[in-house]
Every structure is written in C-alpha cells, then in structure tokens.
Design a protein around this ligand. Structure first.
Ligand code: LLP
Length: 417
C-alpha cells in the first residue's frame, strides 16, 4: 500500500497535490512519500516478530541520503555494493555496524575503507576475494567479519537480467563447493566467519524459490556445524517483488512467516533481509509534463519531458510501469499513446499503448519509480538529472536539486591552447 491517491480528480502524494510540486519545482521530478517508505520498512521489521533480525535495505534501489536517513532513524541496516554507497550511508547517519557489503568486485581500497568503518559483514563472492580481505585485514591488524554468498542454483523465474541465483550467473559460490570454502576461510588468521547469505534475483512474485534456496542454505548450515563452524546469521537477500501491473507478490509478512517457520529449529541464527524494491518502488513516482501530442497513422505519441536517461527500466528490461495523469479529465476522450521522451533512440519510451485522456501541458506520473529509478539515471543526451522531492504529510522537501547546466561538464577540461 502507498500514499499516492486521487482526491477530487487530483493526484496527491500524501496531502500534497502533485500539480503543486510540478508548478514549484518543474519537471521531470522524482517524488517520494515518507509515510510509504516507513510503512514498507516496518512491514519487514514487524514481520520478523521476536526473532533476532536485521533489515539491511539495499541501497542501490534508491540511495538519496534523505531516504537513507529516514530508514536509519527507524533502525534499519544497509546492504551496500560499493564504497560510494557506504559513504552515503555514513553521510545519512546510518550505523556501520548494521552494514553488509555485497558485490563481486570489491577493491582493496573499498575493503580497507569498510574495515576501518567497522561494518557488520563482508558478503564474500569468491576465493580470491577471501584472500584479498585476509591480506588487507592482516595489514591493518583487524579481523574481518565474513559471510559467504552461496549460489543455490535456483531459478527465480524473473527477468534474466535480474536473476542471480543460477549456476550460469557470476554471483556467489557454488553451494557444493561452499563447505570447502568455509574451511579455508576459517583457517585464515584475520577473518571471522559469521554467516551465510544468498540473493537469487529481483522482482520475485512467489515465495517458493526463496524457500527452496533457504532449504539448501539450512542443509549447508547443518554441514558446517558438523564440521565445527557455527554461524551467527543467515542473510536471505532481497528480491521480493512489487505490483507494477497485476502481479500479486506475497506480503512481507507472508513471506517472512514461511521463512521463520523453517528457521524454528535454528533459534540462534539472526535473520537478515536485504530488501530494496519492496521498500522503495511504490514509495516514489516520476512526475513529467506532456510537451506534445503527436498523432500518427499507426501510433499516437505523447512526448513527455522525462526520458530513458531519467528512468531506464522500460527501455532496459521492457519493464511495464503504470502511467497515470495528475489531473483526471473526464470531459476529454482517452486515446492510445506511446509515452516517449525526447532522447534520440527508438528505445526511449516510458510506456507503450496507454489509454490516456490528456492534453499538451498536462502532467503525468510513472508509478512505482522509487526503486531503480533515479539511481540508474544518467546524463545521456546532456540532460541534467531530475530533482528529487520528499513529501511528508503536507510538507514538501527538496532532497536533491535539479542538476544545473555546469553540472553537465563538471570535471571536464578544455585542451591547453
Ligand atoms: N541484495 C543483493 C545482493 C542484490 O544484488 C540486490 C539487487 C538486492 C539485495 C536487492 O534486491 P531487491 O529487493 O531490490 O529486488 N535494476 C533492476 C534490479 C536489479 C537488482 C540487483 N540486485 C531493476 O530495475 O529491476
């Protein structure tokens, strides 16, 4: 559930008309709802009940420091994949002791920074990475907490680009090789083996693949225990899907209930979640203006001022995202449009074949754009990146200003004369 709804035919973010935001801050603009973010975070945190748990929000979904700060205030941990994300978490007041560090390519500098910051755990994805963490930790005279990301070879049944738990993917360690790798990790002087983790993919709409992966992880936990390696946490990753069109993903509480049932025999394991999309996607919209309506023989186009550089999901994954008007106009006849941006690519569309009752100058929003929206945006076609607004009840906060022209060439240099 989210807090974007119509009142008197006007779309509101919490108590604020989106048309007012467009008038004040211009478009394209991302608009987020604080109440929605908090509600979604609590859905995970509450679902774990009395069980020791930690929600580590996946920063890549949306890394604006105002949003990270909202989560930090609620006690959230964070799943990061780069030093940049860790620096954002720190900037936002996040607690490094609740940070897990995922990703297949951690550099020495990143490992050193994370060790000095005192993160909760490195989610290790390969043997050479173990060696690298060991050598950096030894140099700094520190002990690095580690967990091994296992690849359980489970088909998450999602888009191939966001499926990560299959043998053919670059992520994690083959679960059959994991016991051997744990033995090796346990033998290294500056590592402390703490946990196990997996992440099988994103936008999963069924619980079963998660449970299949969990079952495999628990067999591994038992094997390790028999070999004298006792883990303190199990990180089940992120990946819970959201509703873009008519998907019916399980509620976090249903999903967690199934997971907790399986963990009953493991009372000492802390459960870690890494949700990104499920917290942020439906907490944000992309607000855009209709510049032109361009009728055609085969297609009508609604040309808007947001483009693939602002929101790449439709172009990159053929993702379907709902597009709705800010002002409902019952007197106007709906027509079918492809909603496209000004970028010079045929792939620059936000939605195809949408029935909309609109006129030039109207505002539209792309829904469910809070996750993997702004964070995947670029300056392609020399377009300044959008502004970001956070609505909190009747309050409107600018949490990232629209990029200025000089931002486009910041850091670039003319050749000497
Ligand atoms: N943990 C790890 C290790 C991950 O790789 C990811 C996402 C997450 C957690 C969070 O997954 P979520 O709960 O958000 O599904 N750009 C794509 C999604 C890429 C997801 C990458 N990894 C999209 O727009 O659909």
């Amino acid at each position: 559930m989210d807090y974007f709804q119509y009142q008197n035919q006007q779309l509101l973010a919490e108590q604020v008309p989106l048309a007012d935001i467009a008038a004040q801050f211009g478009t394209p603009t991302y608009v987020y709802s604080r109440a929605t973010i908090e509600r979604h975070y609590r859905a995970f945190a509450d679902a774990a009940g009395n069980r020791a748990h930690l929600v580590c929000y996946a920063v890549k979904a949306n890394s604006n420091i105002a949003l990270l700060n909202i989560l930090a205030r609620l006690g959230s941990g964070f799943d990061i994949v780069s030093e940049g994300e860790l620096r954002r978490v720190l900037q936002a007041g996040g607690n490094p002791a609740k940070v897990v560090f995922s990703g297949v390519g951690k550099t020495e500098a990143e490992i050193e920074f994370a060790l000095n910051t005192g993160i909760k755990c490195f989610n290790v994805e390969s043997e050479p990475e173990l060696d690298r963490i060991q050598s950096v930790a030894a140099r700094l005279n520190k002990v690095a907490p580690i967990s091994i990301r296992v690849n359980p070879d489970i088909d998450a049944k999602t888009h191939p680009y966001i499926s990560t738990g299959l043998k053919a993917n670059k992520f994690g360690i083959d679960i059959l090789r994991a016991p051997q790798m744990y033995q090796y990790a346990a033998s290294l002087s500056h590592l402390k083996v703490c946990g196990v983790d997996c992440h099988i993919g994103s936008q999963l709409t069924e619980t079963q693949p998660f449970l299949d992966a969990l079952d495999k992880l628990l067999v591994l936990v038992d094997t390790l225990k028999d070999n004298g390696i006792v883990l303190s946490h199990l990180d089940i990753g992120g990946g819970l899907g959201v509703t873009y069109l008519d998907e019916t993903p399980p509620h976090p509480s249903e999903y967690a209930a199934e997971v907790l049932k399986r963990l009953e025999a493991y009372p000492d394991l802390t459960l870690v979640f890494e949700p990104g999309r499920a917290i942020m996607a439906n907490a944000g919209v992309l607000l855009t203006k209709v510049e032109f309506l361009k009728p055609g023989q085969e297609k009508n186009f609604a040309i808007v001022d947001a483009a693939m550089n602002d929101l790449i999901r439709p172009a990159l994954y053929s993702a379907w995202m709902n597009i709705i008007p800010v002002q409902l106009k019952p007197a106007i006849k709906a027509q079918t449009y492809d909603v496209v941006g000004p970028v010079c690519e045929t792939g620059d569309f936000l939605g195809k074949d949408r029935d909309l009752a609109i006129e030039p100058g109207d505002y539209l929003v792309v829904r469910s754009a809070g996750a993997y929206g702004f964070t995947m945006s670029s300056n392609y076609n020399s377009r300044p990146r959008a502004a970001e607004i956070l609505v909190d009840g009747d309050q409107v906060h600018l949490v990232r200003q629209r990029e200025q022209w000089a931002d486009l060439w910041r850091g670039e240099q003319l050749l000497p004369t």
